[in-house]
Design a protein around this ligand. Structure first.
Ligand SMILES: [Zn+2]
Length: 468
């Protein structure tokens, strides 16, 4: 009896330990909703310049408030050039970054690899969409959300099939396969919400133009989508496609296509909520940044395109549709043209675009406080990379690293040292349920920007919360 007890006790202990380890987490331990905002190309100075122009000083944008955890993020990809033997990354070294601008101007990610990392948790080669370095398919956070019964969406101010929204919803060997990517997004994914530009019959000022259907999946898809609003079966090049069943009732779920700004506005107000929303504003590549006279330096001096939603309205419309699911949602919302303005070194339009991005976050913060709460929703605001190596003025023989304020309403001192992406750290702001995990994930340190995470760790946090 004595021997038996001795043998028996440790076994009980082992079983108990196992039970403790595998005990499922309570659902209220993790966020119900996760909202990831990506300012494409938005470095620290893009944020500061916008705050200085709008408010006269840095630190005043919504996501810079005291409630937000402020960190940095390393953006580099696994392979910068897949076709070159020395295309492997040099990573991010705080030591070189501090002293060597040439180092920061080389070995940078593109938006495809960065979005793939942010969405799947894996660094990959530049231009990849949802594939790893071997070309194998990766699982997106949007797909994980659908697997566990949540809703999922992607929203962007540029084309819906552009690198960042594609990197959160599609799988392709190259980001430039727009038509194929849009076909995947519309016909294969289980997304509840897909919103972005790419209107095939209009130009960048929203005026009629020679048709270009590639960003919306080709002319046949577009014709069938616009001819019948409840279409679930498409025939493209004699091949039949059926849209996905997004809610598990074994019936395909048609997209409700909207293009009118009044429809975006109504859904943003919570009226006429469709079951599944495809929103394509009436403009070709982006809402505002590519409108005419883009050499104008002063923000908003050139009249804005009219008859279009802004990113705030698109974000609210997305949240209202996604929030119909009591199990919660994942959504990625991109301010996509901050990058485009930065590539062109357009200081004024960088401020316009970053302000529009900030306005969307402000609207979402209000929405959370009205219809959800910080106890169930996590918001992550970050960038996929910095664009333009934006710095401050030259004083003596030194470039001041921070842009310099010229007071509210005046363009700050903004100097551009690149027309391309850089390997600089980008800002990361986190607020709400589960945000504390980023204190642990930020285990690398930069002397200028402090603790930082890898871009992969943003998706890793989503998978840690939800994949169990
Ligand atoms: Zn870019």
């Amino acid at each position: 009896m004595k021997i038996k007890s001795l043998l028996y006790l440790p076994l009980v202990a082992v079983i108990t330990l196992n039970l403790m380890c595998s005990k499922p987490k309570k659902t209220d331990d993790v966020p119900k909703n996760i909202i990831v905002f990506i300012g494409d190309g938005m470095g620290f100075n893009h944020v500061d310049a916008t705050s200085m122009f709008m408010y006269g000083e840095a630190g005043k944008l919504v996501f810079e408030g005291d409630e937000w955890l402020k960190l940095a993020q390393a953006t580099y990809s696994a392979i910068t050039n897949k076709d070159s033997d020395d295309g492997y990354t040099t990573g991010y070294s705080p030591r070189y970054a501090r002293n060597d601008t040439a180092y920061l101007k080389s070995n940078f990610t593109d938006s495809g690899a960065a979005a793939t990392a942010l969405s799947t948790g894996y660094k990959t080669y530049n231009s990849a969409i949802g594939l790893d370095i071997h070309g194998d398919t990766l699982k997106h956070a949007t797909e994980l959300a659908k697997e566990i019964g949540k809703s999922a969406g992607v929203v962007t101010s540029v084309m819906l099939s552009h690198a960042t929204p594609a990197g959160f919803s599609a799988n392709s060997v190259h980001r430039n396969r727009y038509e194929q990517i849009a076909k995947q997004q519309i016909l294969n994914t289980k997304l509840d919400v897909l919103m972005g530009c790419g209107h095939p019959e209009l130009n960048n000022d929203g005026e009629p133009d020679e048709a270009n259907y590639k960003y919306v999946g080709g002319s046949q898809l577009w014709e069938q989508l616009t001819a019948d609003k409840s279409v679930t079966k498409f025939v493209i090049d004699s091949v039949e496609y059926t849209v996905s069943d997004i809610n598990g009732d074994s019936k395909p779920d048609a997209w409700a296509l909207i293009t009118d700004s009044t429809d975006f506005a109504a859904i943003a107000r919570g009226e006429k909520l469709p079951h599944r929303l495809l929103g394509i504003p009436k403009v070709h590549s982006t809402l505002q940044q590519s409108r005419k006279n883009d050499d104008e330096e002063i923000p908003w001096k050139q009249p804005m395109n009219t008859g279009l939603p802004d990113l705030a309205q698109m974000s609210l419309a997305a949240l209202n549709v996604l929030n119909q699911n009591p199990k919660g949602f994942f959504v990625m919302i991109e301010g996509g043209a901050i990058d485009w303005a930065a590539h062109a070194n357009q200081s004024g339009r960088v401020i316009e675009e970053t302000h529009d991005f900030n306005k969307a976050i402000a609207a979402v913060v209000d929405w959370i406080e009205k219809y959800s709460s910080w106890d169930e929703t996590l918001v992550i605001v970050t960038a996929d990379h910095e664009t333009g190596m934006l710095c401050g003025p030259v004083e003596g023989d030194q470039v001041v690293t921070q842009v310099k304020s010229n007071g509210k309403g005046n363009l700050p001192e903004m100097n551009w040292y690149s027309k391309d992406h850089t390997n600089s750290l980008v800002p990361l702001y986190v607020r709400g349920k589960g945000s504390e995990i980023f204190r642990f994930l930020a285990d690398e340190f930069d002397p200028v920007h402090g603790p930082f995470v890898q871009n992969t760790e943003i998706a890793k946090s989503v998978f840690l919360f939800w994949d169990r």
